[in-house]
Design a protein around this ligand. Sequence first.
Ligand code: SF4
Ligand code: SF4
Length: 447
Amino acid sequence: MKGTFRGGVHPSHKSKDPTKGVKTREYVSDTVKIIMNMNIGAPAKPCVKKGDQVRVGQVIGEAQGFMSVPVHASVSGTVLAVEPIPYLAEAPSMAVTIQNDFKDEWVELHPLGDVEHVDPSLVIPAIQNAGICGMGGACFPTHVKLSLKPDQKCDTIIVNGAECETHLTADHRLMLENSRRIVDGLRAVMRALDVKNGVIAIEDNKADAIAAMKEASFGRQGVTVKTLRTKYPQGGEKQLIEAITGRQVPSGGLPIQVNVVVLNVGTCAAIADAIIDGKPLISRITTITGCVRKPSNLRLRIGTLVEDLIGECGGFSEDAGKIVFGGAMTGMPIPNTSVPIAKATNGVVVYNKHDGASVEEGPCIRCGKCVSVCPIGLNPFQIKAAADADDLEKCKALHVMDCILCGSCSFDCPSRRWLTASFKNAKQKITLQAKKAAAAQQGGTAK
Ligand code: SF4
Ligand code: SF4
């Protein structure tokens, strides 16, 4: 039986057609700008200065504590600048700009060898040193996710190959082109956590990826491939867990509370690279699509500028309106094309002026569609009314903090209400309020 979850929507997946059958090619640019806050948690601190010569894989940003990961040079060459740059909607981010010398000179690597024979106690430190964080979009430090507390137990690791977002095919291509590395990464983590059950979960619109992953998993201890019904947001952690195990992560809880860890396919491949080759995370596959002449999946060095990768894809095919990182449901608009890709940038989608224009929201007609599609079981129209009234206490009472910002309610709303944007705003305000309260208790100031 195919796994699924309650609620959800069915956006057209035609947007994946231009790239899903196109083999990944490598593109390396003249210059990279590598930001220091690619992960959830503390940003790395630059440890190089203008004029320094660096090699590929060299640490250029040091992790700041446990909830942080190091950042590595993705090309060899000369450091041109260490300075803050505008990045997405957040405050400027510190970045290291490197002029590529195209010598591709690496630091000395320290491979640990075959994942089936590596000392399991070395796996999580290797993941931490390689700067790996969730590559499906969340960018949560992977070593933190895998460092279980004494009272926590994991019995299942789910590898997320759903790629349910529109437009994106980077994970699909990775499963076709590097399937063994994904299984290797999963096996390394299974051995590190002493978990017997590893499930690679893929939607049924990727039959070729399911076949490739089944072949790669053959004979690998405890590894199975499970087919999921194609439905958005199947790739959400809670939805995947429900579909695979039937377990429900409690409100405000984490997957480990139901004994599960979820990793993205790209994260697993990066883990295998770190163990087998000793390589840190310096590149990833990103889907570049929409209004570009040559929609592609590119293996890009971290820090490649959007303007460069759009040039590699033949330039804009129409007047560009909005450009987002990610797909149509959860993508983040970028401020300009001088922004670099980061470890979690799975897609760059270019919209034309018409599709990229914002729409007016209409009045709520109480049709209840948003309620029926919410995979978390929330009441979006009520939360929206509370958010519009800036009633944060009511938003909290209606469990806005459980909203995963999947966009399903906005997608299905006939009045095109700005539901998800309102919930994001309310969540940010509540988080800031909590930080301020905590800072006031400690006599400091929340930022
Ligand atoms: S954005 Fe939030 S409220 Fe809307 S469907 Fe997704 S989880 Fe539910
Ligand atoms: S789907 Fe839109 S119009 Fe219908 S109840 Fe929800 S918010 Fe109101």
